[in-house]
Design a protein. Structure first.
Lengths: 291, 780
């Protein structure tokens, strides 16, 4: 958490910049990149219907959502189990497991996507593996007005994190059924290296902006929090993705760079450009009603 | 030519030069002394003392000169740009000490008196150094300013081969090098961060500065440790004639400098301070958090100059600068402290020495406190302590020998911090403190033979890592393969470099010359920064068993010619730089709070080449310069851009600048500068994919595209308010930065429309357009 906190601290400390800075929309002329095959999704330890999404990337200034890639055979296997994912009839490129599927912490899972990627009748396999980390126990969540920030409600969590440290976390929040962390910029991502102990008590982890209609809390509203323990590679993928999506500011950003991916072609001769990530995450949920 | 086992080379060269200079010595006597400003008593740097038909000498950084000549009668001409030339008849039958004083010359006087024979006027042609530019405080003071702040670094950015790293930034690149490859010294002390207010202003208060000299190449052997340039800044010694004050009240800051004599005429002092009040502008912000924030910087210079005797002089100089900014939740402050104590001693009229004790530090501090549980801070610090001994021996007007030794102790504390107070939920962490010794032994000489002047020098640089009782990791393929623990003070790695410096000047006639130079330089400490502009939170890190020193070989050649009785100086220089062990960082490198920083480094090569043309007019009512630079700067680093060559972030093929000052009358003067440069290289997104309801870019090759071209016009006018006879001299300076409101991109962000999230667009952030300012300046 500290790195992102430090960066945020610095950004707060340059108000002069924003006083004198102005913005203007401009036209940029670039050549579109060769489309990449994008595979993205995760398997969690919570019994549910899991999703893998397969799309093709577009030119940056394309005005449409990326097209889904239908016709793939998608399988997740590991720990003696095999989960076959089925194509969603309503959304091309979306593949779902059966309901109530879940993975086991400490198990390595492999995603296998078989696809006629070039439309020439030749099936190519793309694979990724991910080791599901140990689970955290989310014991309590507390909702209260944020100290010194009158426009915000804060969510505090108490949890027992996996022993030994060196683990990485993503935190998702729902108000009723509405996801408040539905984009990269809103995800809370942190590591446990900052904490003195693996038992954390009432640590502020998310702020609900009461000026936003979707986050405004009224008595009786239910808030649900998911604390995911995620592999470091996936943590880096999300952190880097958030940075790249947020844009480059000269003082605080390194050179732009493409995200790494753990999706690999089974055939080393296959040079199809790839992107995305498959991960296995250990998940814990808890809800609270605001009173 | 990495010099393992070559420490004797410098000493051998020194002995050879001594033998050569001593060999052909007819009986000579030396005219020696100092050259000073008649109005202030300040020593003049690079003033020329010319014995007509016999030889010429220039004053050094302390105003000292030595001109050994055979016995005889001589007409001595002493000159310096901006001063009336002084002539004196001297009969030389023994060593003579003569202190000259020159009277400052106004533009009006200059039009009447033209001293075409004065060597100072053709120093551009005659002086045996190239790739060098000197700016006086007066020249810098005439350049239009951003928000009324006269800025040394921004003035340097108008010179050929020098480029600002981003709009308004005080970071700069010289001949395609990185902004951490510039050695900036203030009175011999290294200034590690030359920026205030996130880089928009430099740390140097022009009122306290006497002279600024930029070496883009041909760096003297007495300086080293950076690949690209040396910026040698000398502060004023203090007025030796009377107590005076200089100050100003500007748009964002006020400043005051006091100086005068002490203890009769044996000592002088100078105290200078400056503070901004930018936080007042925050009160205009609509955001209440901003209104309650603070944002300011201050700096102070102090200097004591004591002439302890005929042959001894002590100079004690210090600088303290600090930036502070804070909101209710966050705080940040950072700054430099430098200090130097110098002892000039004249052993004989031909033998001058300077011993310097020096200290320098840079640190920053961050804090964050939502409440007592969510409270943390972070601090980082770099300290240098060192000594330097410089000697110069003037054998005859054509032969000068310089040699010396330099020792610097580095102490790096990259970071320490974490939770504040007993109730914080965060633990404390600290990155390993590192210690190193950097030493250099150097010698250089200068020999004249007819129209040819040769310069030659050698610097042996030595860098030693010292143990601290902590574990040192040895990497292979960027991964740790071995760990060793070294006790405190134990040398665990020594790296050295032999750095030759060569130069030649061939005077074609009195008005033109050809020059060439070669120098090798090595850099052992560098910034951990992969941003394009640099930030105050960047930390310096050292060469180590895993990090070899960066090396640069630079060759340059030039044609120099003056016109119209030396009123116009022109130059054409071409250069080529070959850089090895150049450092960049892996994609998405984490440079802050990283215990394993060295694993983020990637190494490779760099090349830069270019041509620089400059026309400069230093005299008359109309002064200024026009310069044009054609240059390229490329890198090839393992693991970056697929291992292929790519444009460095400082690659700007074309750059033009024009700086003009016109003295209309004794009361009114006008100035303008215009710069135009190719846009900075940039990596643009050329594709995108979506995860977590967020579009993530797919990028082009590294720096494959460019920002739109950069251009800007600044104008200024100065109106002398007071009458010439008034005790308080005051003037108003009006500046308009970016006069035609060019929207130069500071950065370009890529966003999605709020109501159509699948539609991406590019949005430019530009900082400064039409920035007017008024500054009231005064002297008494």
């Amino acid at each position: 958490m500290e790195l992102h906190l430090l960066k945020r601290m610095v950004c707060w400390c340059v108000p002069a910049l924003w006083l004198v800075g102005c913005t203007e929309r401009i036209d940029i002329d670039t050549r579109d990149a060769v489309p990449r095959l994008v595979v993205y999704g995760c398997l969690t330890s919570t019994p549910m219907q899991h999703e893998i999404r397969i799309t093709r990337s577009t030119g940056y200034f394309a005005d449409a959502a990326p097209e889904g890639v239908p016709g793939a055979e998608v399988i997740i296997s590991g720990g003696g189990q095999t989960f076959t994912l089925h194509a969603d009839a309503g959304e091309p490129g979306l593949y779902r497991t059966d309901p109530q599927v879940f993975g086991l912490p400490g198990t390595e899972y492999t995603l296998d996507v078989a696809l006629d990627v070039h439309g020439d009748g030749k099936i190519t396999h793309y694979r990724a593996t991910s080791l599901m980390p140990p689970q955290a126990s989310l014991d309590e969540i507390v909702l209260q007005p944020a100290d010194r920030m009158p426009d915000y409600m804060e969510i505090l969590i108490s949890a027992v994190l996996p022993e030994g440290g060196g683990h990485y976390y993503s935190l998702h929040v729902w108000r009723e059924d509405q996801a408040l962390t539905g984009s990269l910029s809103r995800l809370t991502l942190f590591s446990d290296s900052d904490f003195l102990t693996n038992r954390i008590s009432r640590v502020p982890c998310y702020y609900l902006d009461q000026r936003e209609e979707g986050a405004r809390m009224s008595k009786g509203n239910r808030v649900t929090v998911a604390l995911n323990v995620i592999p470091k590679e996936y943590f880096d993928f999300l952190i880097d993705g958030r940075a790249e999506a947020g844009g480059s500011v000269p003082f605080f950003s390194g050179p732009p760079a493409n995200l790494s991916t753990n999706i690999r072609a089974a055939d080393p001769a296959d040079d199809t450009p790839l992107a995305g990530f498959f991960s296995a995450c250990a998940t814990g949920f808890r809800s609270v009603v605001y009173e | 030519m990495t010099g393992r086992g070559a420490p004797g080379a410098v000493i051998s060269l020194l002995c050879l030069l001594l033998a050569l200079t001593a060999a052909a010595q007819p009986k000579r006597y030396a005219i020696s002394g100092t050259v000073r400003d008649a109005s202030t008593g300040e020593d003049l740097i690079s003033a020329t003392v010319y014995a007509v038909g016999a030889g010429v000498a220039a004053t050094n950084a302390y105003g000292f000169f030595s001109l050994p000549l055979p016995a005889g009668d001589y007409q001595i001409v002493v000159s310096h740009l901006g001063y009336a030339t002084l002539r004196r008849q001297v009969r030389l039958a023994s060593d003579q000490k003569i202190n000259f004083t020159l009277v400052p010359q106004s533009a009006e006087m200059e039009r009447v008196v033209v001293e075409s024979q004065a060597p100072a006027r053709n120093a551009n042609v005659a002086h045996p150094e190239m790739s060098v530019a000197t700016l006086s405080a007066a020249t810098i003071g005439k350049i239009p300013t951003l928000m009324g702040e006269t800025d040394v670094i921004k003035a340097l950015q108008l010179l050929p081969g020098v480029q600002g790293t981003s709009d308004g930034s005080s970071s700069f690149s010289v001949r395609g090098g990185g902004y951490d490859q510039n050695l900036i010294v203030l009175d011999e002390a290294t200034v590690y961060s030359a920026s205030h207010l996130m880089g928009f202003f430099s740390v140097f208060n022009n009122d306290a500065i006497k002279d600024v000299k930029l070496y883009k190449g041909d760096i003297p052997a007495s300086f080293g440790g950076r690949l690209s340039s040396l910026v040698d800044i000398r502060s004023k010694d203090g007025n030796a004639n009377r107590f005076t004050g200089t100050g100003g009240v500007g748009t964002i800051s006020s400043r005051l400098t006091l100086e005068g004599p002490l203890a009769g005429d044996r000592a002088t002092f100078l105290v200078s301070g400056r503070r901004t009040y930018a936080d007042m502008f925050l009160l205009l912000a609509s955001d209440p958090d901003l209104r309650e924030s603070s944002l300011y910087f201050y700096d102070m210079n102090a200097k004591l100059n004591w002439r302890a005797g005929e042959n001894d002089r002590l100079l004690l100089a210090g600088y303290l600068g600090r930036d502070k900014s804070a909101t209710e939740l966050f705080g940040m402050d950072f700054g430099n402290v430098t200090g130097s104590l110098r002892w000039n001693h004249i052993f004989s009229p031909r033998f001058f020495s300077n011993l310097t004790l020096v200290g320098s530090s840079y640190d920053y501090y961050l804090s964050y406190e939502v409440n007592e549980r969510m409270a943390m801070d972070w601090r980082s610090r770099l300290e240098d302590y060192g000594a330097k001994a410089d000697f110069s021996y003037h054998a005859d007007p054509g032969n000068t020998l310089r040699f010396g030794y330099q020792l610097t102790c580095h102490r790096f504390s990259p970071g320490e911090g974490g939770g504040m107070g007993e109730n914080s939920i965060f633990g404390r962490i600290a990155t390993t403190k590192q210690y190193a010794l950097e030493q250099a032994l150097y010698a250089s000489g200068e020999t004249k033979a007819g129209p040819l002047t040769l310069k030659y020098g050698l610097r042996l640089a030595l860098f030693q890592n010292l143990g601290n009782g902590d574990t040192v990791k040895y990497l292979d393929g960027y991964l740790p393969v071995r760990r060793e623990v070294y006790r405190r003070g134990e040398v665990y790695k020594t790296q050295s470099t032999l750095e030759p410096r060569l130069g030649a000047t061939w005077r074609l006639d009195g008005r033109s010359s050809l020059k060439a130079s070669y120098n090798r330089s090595a850099q052992y400490i560098q910034l951990a920064s992969n941003s394009s502009a640099g930030s105050p939170l960047d930390v310096w890190f050292q060469a180590s068993p895993n990090v070899r020193p960066q090396l640069c070989d630079q060759v340059a050649a030039g044609y120099f010619r003056n016109f119209a009785d030396d009123a116009f100086e022109t130059s054409l220089e071409v250069y080529y730089k070959n850089m090895k062990n150049v450092i960049d960082f892996r994609d998405h490198a984490q440079l802050m709070v990283n215990h394993d920083l060295e694993q983020e480094l990637r190494f490779g090569r760099g090349e830069a080449w270019g041509a620089e043309v400059m026309v400069r007019k230093n005299t008359g009512r109309l002064t200024g310069w026009v310069s044009c630079t054609f240059s390229r700067s490329l890198r090839r680093i393992e693991g970056i851009n697929g291992g292929r060559w790519y444009r460095s972030q400082f690659d700007k093929p074309v750059s033009l600048s024009a700086v003009v000052n016109y003295d209309l009358s004794p009361r009114w003067s006008f100035s303008a500068n215009w710069i135009c440069a190719s846009g900075s290289p940039v990596t643009y997104p050329t594709g995108r994919f979506r995860i977590e309801n967020t579009y993530v870019p797919i990028y082009s090759g590294r720096n494959q595209y460019r920002y739109p071209a950069y251009h800007r016009l600044d104008v200024g006018a100065t109106w002398v308010v007071s009458k010439p006879s008034a005790r308080l001299h005051s003037e108003l300076n009006f500046s308009l930065y970016n006069a035609y409101g060019r929207k130069n991109p500071w950065t370009i962000l890529f966003r999605q429309e709020d109501d159509r999230p699948d539609v991406s667009y590019a949005e430019m952030i530009y900082l400064f357009s039409f920035v007017p300012s008024i500054t009231w300046n005064f002297t008494f």
